[in-house]
Design a binder for this molecule. Structure first.
Ligand SMILES: NC(=O)c1ccc[n+]([C@@H]2O[C@H](COP(=O)([O-])OP(=O)(O)OC[C@H]3O[C@@H](n4cnc5c(N)ncnc54)[C@H](OP(=O)(O)O)[C@@H]3O)[C@@H](O)[C@H]2O)c1
Length: 235
């Protein structure tokens, strides 16, 4: 049961990594709907968020399936939507399979349409709300092995800014947070993550963007490690 005096935030990809950190950062001030496929890990994150004061619903949903997204989210009243879920298959274009290509486009691009389409009408109707999207510095840069992932994150930048221009007059903010490298399971086991940002660093930026004064919109926030050549933790 959600508390009418607290805002409700829905976080996709909340079962681990950056999404888990966002959920835990918002938990003291927001009630939460946490979405991902892994129900067991979602429940663990939910327990930590409840301990921090939030009412929490968990939704086990595969974001590559539009019908499942509609069944999970249509008609829900959400004040803050954090589109965080994402996947990366980083390899040269000629080694990328069609499945890997479609998987990235389905989660990083198409799910943005389906999830936002399910929840934005309610925000516009109520005249308030916030859509926050986790982009990447890969949305401005390019690198070998990034044809599809980089492409999806460039898409995010264009989508976010266009949507922002469409809905800000209706009282709905759109922000995009663009982290550099973050130590999460997005990288294969064995990757040196000692120099990277922590998921909590990105969560702090999300919290900042979605809690500005009512007449202020922070549309774009880039977060980078300060001294990437100086490891901040042991391997
Ligand atoms: N790590 C970085 O260096 C970095 C840098 C910049 C931007 N980002 C972006 O940050 C976001 C989060 O990434 P992360 O680093 O936290 O990665 P992660 O640790 O691999 O977490 C990804 C999350 O997305 C969910 N997800 C993946 N496929 C899904 C699907 N089909 N349906 C529902 N949920 C799905 C996963 O949950 P389940 O597996 O339980 O479904 C998981 O909760 C992504 O958009 C990523 O592109 C990451």
């Amino acid at each position: 049961m959600t508390n009418p005096t607290r805002l409700v935030a829905l976080v996709t990809g909340a079962s681990r990594g950056i999404g888990q950190a966002i959920a835990q950062r918002l938990a003291p001030t927001h009630d939460l709907i946490l979405a991902a496929r892994d129900a067991r890990r979602l429940e663990q994150v939910a327990a930590a968020c409840r301990a921090a004061g939030a009412s929490v619903d968990t939704v086990s949903v595969d974001l590559t399936k539009p019908a499942s997204i509609a069944a999970a989210f249509d008609g829900r009243s959400v004040d803050v939507l954090v589109n965080n879920a994402g996947v990366a298959h980083l390899k040269p274009f000629l080694e990328l399979s069609a499945e890997e290509w479609h998987h990235q486009v389905d989660v990083n691009v198409n799910a943005l349409f389906h999830v936002t389409r399910a929840l934005l009408p309610g925000m516009v109707q109520r005249g308030r709300g916030h859509v926050c999207i986790i982009g990447s510095t890969a949305g401005r840069n390019t690198f070998v092995g990034g044809t599809c992932y980089v492409g999806t994150k460039h898409f995010v930048m264009g989508f976010a800014e266009s949507l922002m221009l469409e809905v800000r007059d209706a009282g709905v903010g759109v922000s995009v947070i663009t982290p550099g490298s973050v130590a999460t399971e997005l990288f294969p086991p064995g990757t040196n993550t000692t120099w990277m940002l922590e998921p909590g660093d990105v969560a702090e930026a999300v919290h900042f963007a979605v809690t500005t004064p009512p007449a202020v919109l922070v549309h774009r926030l880039e977060v980078r490690p300060l001294s990437p050549k100086r490891p901040r933790r042991a391997p």
